[in-house]
Design a protein around this ligand. Structure first.
Ligand code: IPM
Ligand code: MN
Length: 377
């Protein structure tokens, strides 16, 4: 039987994960597929109960699962802890223990929600940030705070760059055939090495165009001309930063899912992975059932595709979300922000011909299930 380990974590994590589990469970029942869900603690809630951000037995459970569905980790309550004791350390431990080296973060504008984008023209934004996830300064040794100095090590090994570069070109081949590799090769040796290896791998993919961009320039191009990008290949640290910016241009990190894949082949074209929204724990809105669950629902859709061999069902989740948006359902964070003047002019509660219905996190999830009911009779 296929197994999913659910790690809701902190802040809004449990609320959004609840909706994803509800949607997945509904699909499995309809399809008569037996999938076992197991629930465990990670992050601050694990620190509070067990004194550590993740227990070894939870890491073991993760290793023995087909997929892990994660909410978010962290919050102000644990901010003063030393780096290796913080909630984030739990997430990094699981990424490393399962060697989940490829982090896929699709950035796609929802036409129904284009009004929340800060850009004048957000039409057709559709690229993927492919972030290396188990190396770089995140894991390099030595590291530490040593009296009057502190040290981290930025490092990439040849094989680490090669495997992520190959994946970037494979992905681009099925898309717009452009890889933009991000580095800081004008200053850092590690980046200059990264650029050299990526260029070597590119030789094997003559049908795909390769461009290099310095990370500082890249943050600028993403705002100026996001439509041009296809696969944006990043080392771990730069990918962390670029993906938040990319979430910003489509209007919200709350719309950005992610899949972290390793090399564990589960057979039948399935691969072990961890799925999580790119947004954080959003402690300011936690516990109010107002957060939108879209990023987590889309992560569940990726989970179906990569780890369960259920691409079609995964796509249905995405279609259902779009239907729910077209019907006018919005959580509070997805409302159009209008000035007082605009509000007076426009009819209250209306957008175009569709009446906007403000719903809770749970109601949004229910609406998605309702649409899926129609698709999966
Ligand atoms: C992310 C997050 C994590 C990261 C944190 C929570 C450790 O920001 O997934 O982007 O830095 O990778
Ligand atoms: Mn991040």
């Amino acid at each position: 039987m296929m197994k999913i380990l659910v790690l809701p974590g902190d802040g809004i994590g449990p609320e959004v994960v609840d909706e994803a589990v509800k949607v997945l469970d509904f699909i499995f029942q309809k399809k008569k597929i037996k999938v076992e869900f197991d629930f465990e603690l990670i992050g601050g809630v694990s620190i509070d109960k067990y004194g550590v951000p993740i227990r070894d037995e939870v890491v073991e459970k993760a290793k023995n699962s087909d997929a892990i569905l994660l909410g978010a980790v962290g919050g102000p309550k644990w901010d003063s802890l030393p780096i290796d004791k913080r909630p984030e350390a739990g997430l990094l431990k699981i990424r490393k223990a399962l060697e989940l080296w490829a982090n896929i973060r699709p950035i796609k504008i929802f036409p129904e929600l284009s009004y929340i984008s800060p850009l004048k023209n957000s039409d057709g934004i559709d690229f993927v940030v492919l972030r290396e996830l188990t190396s770089d300064v995140y894991f390099g040794q030595p590291r530490g705070i040593f009296g009057d100095y502190a040290l981290n090590t930025m490092i990439y090994r040849k094989e680490e760059v090669e495997r992520i570069a190959h994946l970037a070109f494979e992905m681009a081949r099925k898309r717009k055939k452009l890889v933009t590799s991000v580095d800081k090769a004008n200053v850092l040796e590690v980046s200059s090495f990264w650029r050299k290896i990526v260029s070597e791998v590119a030789q094997k993919y003559p049908d795909v165009k390769l461009e290099h961009a310095y990370v500082d320039a890249m943050t600028y191009y993403i705002i100026l001309n996001p439509q041009k990008f296809d696969v944006v290949l990043c080392p771990n640290l730069f990918g962390d930063i670029i993906s938040d910016e990319a979430g910003g241009i489509i209007g919200s990190l709350g719309l950005c899912p992610s899949a972290s894949l390793g090399s564990l082949d589960l057979g039948g074209g399935r691969i072990q992975g961890l799925y999580e929204p790119v947004h954080g724990s959003a402690p300011d809105i936690a516990g109010k059932s107002i957060a939108n669950p879209i990023a987590t629902l889309l992560s569940a859709s990726m989970l179906c595709e990569y780890s369960l061999g259920m691409k079609e069902e995964g796509n249905l989740i995405e279609t259902a979300i779009r239907n729910v948006l077209s019907e006018g359902f919005r959580t509070q964070d997805l409302l159009e922000k209008k000035s007082q003047d605009e509000k007076k002019k426009s009819q209250k509660g209306k957008r175009g011909k569709t009446k906007i219905k403000v719903v809770s996190t749970k109601e949004f999830g229910d609406a998605v299930v309702k649409i899926l009911k129609k698709f999966l009779i």
